[in-house]
Design a protein around this ligand. Structure first.
Ligand code: WTA
Length: 652
């Protein structure tokens, strides 16, 4: 998609202004208002953030808004608060106990609803279970669960008593889960007997059993009964959620722990340039404030809204904009368990109709896949309740944008194309829906408090449309604090290229009107269906197959997924590359890493293009995989002739 995408955005001239009626009721009503707030927020960011922070409830007020030490940043030091308290108790105290906090839509079966009071009670009880099981402030808990209410309850319970959660997306398999548990030395895993997807059962607990074989830190596993499938429960180690939560020792009340602003809140692993995933660390107050404020303005949340984000909570989007952001704003947030097209391609639209969803936030991949199913599916449902749409995770091509706008939004809903990352905690570049004139494919402008820029290799500002590296020039409260257990990696990855400036790892350009256009990653990170996957991690799983000697993967454009994985594999001596072997290798990657990391295509090769020092030249492989005639400069290769064979055997 990349080339098509770039050609289409370069031609893009259309502008969509927010309607008068939308702007009138929005919290930010015009570009003039945005510019004024933006200017002030940049002039005095500490004042800006302090004002916003005072909307949260603190057990003790902070002394300093920001303290910098080299490339490490601390917000609201000496302040004390509790994230779960701010997401639940604060609203109950304000009389909103009976408002619906969470709507849960299962793949099959009856909807469940939790008011703020009910959710508060469930969270408090489960916090007591965690305490009863001996967990204490600062302990790490790994959560590996499907999209069920117990997932939300587990996160908030951790936050309530100061445990650090580390959620692993349920689509990852046992090796990936093991690596993530080991990295943070989790004492407990919370999981379920299985999860439903497309009416099939995915046996999560078996995967956990497998993963923890090599994780001595894990002493207990709490298991939610979701599928009633047969699983083994190991004595003393494995505990059923429903049995534990109903014990007489477990009370309804649980005091929220008073947390320091900079105490860790959660770790979320994400892919980087090396095979080892990075444990991105977010802390209490700054993160909460940032997701609170961005959710409020980007989604223009109002009391009656029904908000639905289709992400999985296993990714940052789910953390920030299904749970913490919406609940910090006392919003009603919907959580859907299943697959987008189950049982039919109108499932999303049916859910919108059924719950009268007003704000809908999804990924371009989902939009493209649903668009391909044809207009009859959305047209069979009443989508009139919608007033605002959003996208996240990858660039949206103007064609998909226009379809989303016309067919889903009935030409009246603004679309917020939100750019951000696991590391940024929340949205950094985005339209504000009542203010910003939209250009399809552009994430538009930085959020107040954010100084985004585009620089060239030499660090100088790029000219309009020139393109370069996307950087953020000042700290913001929601930013990562470090890579768990690896301060050096944090410094090197994000502040290594340019001094004191955060390097996002994306290329981008801004146009003559100052609109930001994100082009894609500049490192070895791929975005496959919007999921963030590291080439090195996939390669390590390819070479762990017994027939494989060496492997290199590159992303290739895909009409629906944005990108797909193309793998070059050299086999061990004497092994022939057959179709059957290809399937086995793909299955091996799926079993060990996860289905989301499966190569779409595997090309067997006698040799890979390497420099004289043995470095694989991915740039050349990418050009070959994409079918380019001219693969660029090959003079640095140890053996330039390998290119000819690779080109010949390319899989179309
Ligand atoms: C990409 C997801 C274009 C980008 C929240 C970024 C986007 C990476 C957009 C982070 C967008 C995210 N337009 N590209 N609106 N949003 N990206 O950590 O490459 O899973 O660096 O966080 O997704 O992926 P992550």
């Amino acid at each position: 998609m990349e080339k098509d995408y770039i050609t289409s955005i370069l031609k893009e001239k259309r502008i969509f202004k927010p309607s008068k009626s939308f702007s009138k009721n929005a919290s930010i009503k015009s570009m003039g208002q945005y510019k004024k707030i933006y200017k002030e927020s940049i002039k005095n960011p500490n004042k800006f953030w302090a004002e916003k922070a005072s909307e949260l409830e603190w057990f003790k007020k902070w002394k300093t808004v920001l303290r910098k030490k080299g490339n490490f940043f601390k917000y609201f030091e000496h302040g004390k608060l509790n994230v779960a308290f701010n997401c639940l108790d604060r609203h109950i105290k304000a009389g909103k106990g009976n408002k619906i906090a969470l709507i849960w839509e299962p793949e099959k079966g009856a909807t469940k609803r939790y008011t703020y009071s009910q959710l508060h009670k469930e969270v408090s009880r489960f916090s007591n279970v965690l305490k009863y099981r001996g967990l204490r402030k600062g302990d790490r808990v790994c959560i590996y669960m499907p999209m069920i209410p117990e997932l939300a309850i587990s996160m908030l319970a951790c936050a309530r008593i100061g445990l650090i959660h580390s959620i692993v997306f349920g689509g990852f398999s046992s090796d990936s889960l093991r690596d993530r548990i080991k990295d943070c030395k989790a004492k407990m895993v919370i999981t379920s007997d299985g999860s439903f997807r497309n009416n099939k059962i995915i046996p999560l607990k078996n995967t956990v059993d497998d993963a923890v074989k090599k994780c001595p830190s894990v002493k207990q596993i709490i298991v939610v009964k979701r599928c009633k499938n047969k699983i083994k429960m190991k004595k003393k180690r494995d505990i059923w959620w429903h049995k534990e939560i109903t014990k007489k020792e477990i009370k309804d009340k649980c005091e929220a722990e008073s947390m320091d602003s900079e105490d860790p809140l959660f770790i979320l692993h994400t892919s980087g340039t090396t095979g080892k995933p990075k444990g991105i660390l977010h802390t209490q107050a700054g993160y909460l404030l940032y997701v609170y404020q961005t959710f409020k303005w980007v989604f223009d949340i109002q009391d009656k809204d029904i908000y639905w984000c289709t992400a999985d909570i296993g990714w940052i989007t789910g953390h920030s904009y299904i749970i913490y952001g919406p609940l910090a704003n006392a919003a009603t947030t919907l959580m859907y368990e299943g697959a987008p097209m189950y049982p039919k391609p109108n499932r999303f639209w049916e859910i919108i109709q059924k719950h009268k969803v007003t704000i809908f936030y999804t990924a371009p991949t989902a939009i493209r896949a649903l668009m391909k199913q044809g207009d009859k599916w959305p047209k069979s449902c009443n989508l009139k309740s919608l007033r605002l749409l959003g996208t996240v995770g990858e660039p949206i091509n103007p064609e998909a944008w226009i379809w989303y706008h016309k067919i889903i939004g009935n030409k009246k809903c603004p679309i917020v194309d939100t750019w951000w990352q696991t590391e940024t905690g929340g949205i950094l570049i985005t339209p504000l829906p009542g203010a910003t004139p939209l250009k399809p494919g552009s994430a538009t402008f930085p959020f107040p408090g954010i100084v985004a820029d585009i620089v060239k290799e030499n660090g100088k500002k790029a000219k309009p449309n020139e393109g370069g590296f996307l950087v953020i020039k000042n700290p913001w409260p929601g930013m990562l604090r470090t890579v768990w257990g690896d301060d050096e990696r944090y410094k090197k990855t994000y502040f290594g290229k340019y001094k004191r400036i955060y390097l996002a790892g994306d290329s981008a350009r801004y146009d003559k009107d100052g609109y930001f256009w994100i082009m894609g990653r500049t490192d070895d990170v791929m975005k496959i269906s919007g999921h963030r996957i590291g080439t090195a991690e996939v390669e390590s799983h390819l070479v762990s197959h017994k027939a494989v000697a060496e492997a290199a993967v590159v992303p290739v454009p895909d009409k629906i997924k944005g990108w797909a994985i193309y793998a070059f594999v050299t086999l061990k001596k004497g092994i022939t590359g057959t179709d059957e072997l290809r399937k086995k290798i793909i299955k091996h990657v799926a079993d060990h890493m996860g289905h989301i990391a499966k190569p779409e295509k595997i090309q067997f090769a006698d040799d890979l293009p390497k420099t004289r020092s043995g470095k694989i030249m991915r740039r050349i492989l990418k050009a070959i995989a994409e079918g380019e005639e001219d693969v660029g400069n090959i003079t640095t290769l140890a053996d330039p002739s390998v290119v000819v064979n690779l080109k010949k055997d390319r899989i179309k």
